[in-house]
Design a protein around this ligand. Structure first.
Ligand code: ZN
Length: 133
């Protein structure tokens, strides 16, 4: 596993939070992207070598809507860059981690992604992401 690629933060309003985080970082988000199959709209900020991803639910069934209902706004996941996501999934399964996706799926920001169940990672939702070439 390589560096932290981004940290995902669940927010109620992307519009309000884009303004808030722009004020915090001193620069605006560089893109907004909807991931339809996940029921989320995301925005990305470049912060040094890492990124911050804001996530807003686009429907009440979205995992982000459910997360906010249970825990409120806040850190939702930590994403790590990997070179070969298939290999990393196999390795982590072998170590006993619960991988939520049997195969990598298409995520935001032109990435292949997979998630580890927080139950197997001390309560932290971990995302693996590989740059698509
Ligand atoms: Zn993410």
């Amino acid at each position: 596993m390589d560096k932290i690629e981004h940290i995902g933060i669940a927010v109620k309003s992307l519009e309000k939070s884009n303004a808030l985080f722009a004020a915090l970082f001193g620069k605006a988000h560089y893109k907004i992207e909807e991931v339809e199959n996940e029921g989320v709209k995301t925005s990305f900020f470049d912060v040094g070598p890492n990124k911050i991803e804001l996530l807003e639910a686009t429907n009440p069934e979205s995992p982000i809507a459910k997360f906010i209902e249970k825990k409120g706004e806040g850190i939702h996941h930590i994403a790590f860059a990997v070179k070969d996501i298939e290999e990393e999934i196999a390795r982590l399964k072998g170590e006993g981690f619960i991988v939520l996706n049997s195969a990598p799926k298409l995520g935001a920001d032109n990435k292949l992604v997979a998630f580890l169940h927080p139950k197997s990672t001390n309560g932290v939702l971990i995302e693996l992401c590989q740059e698509r070439t």
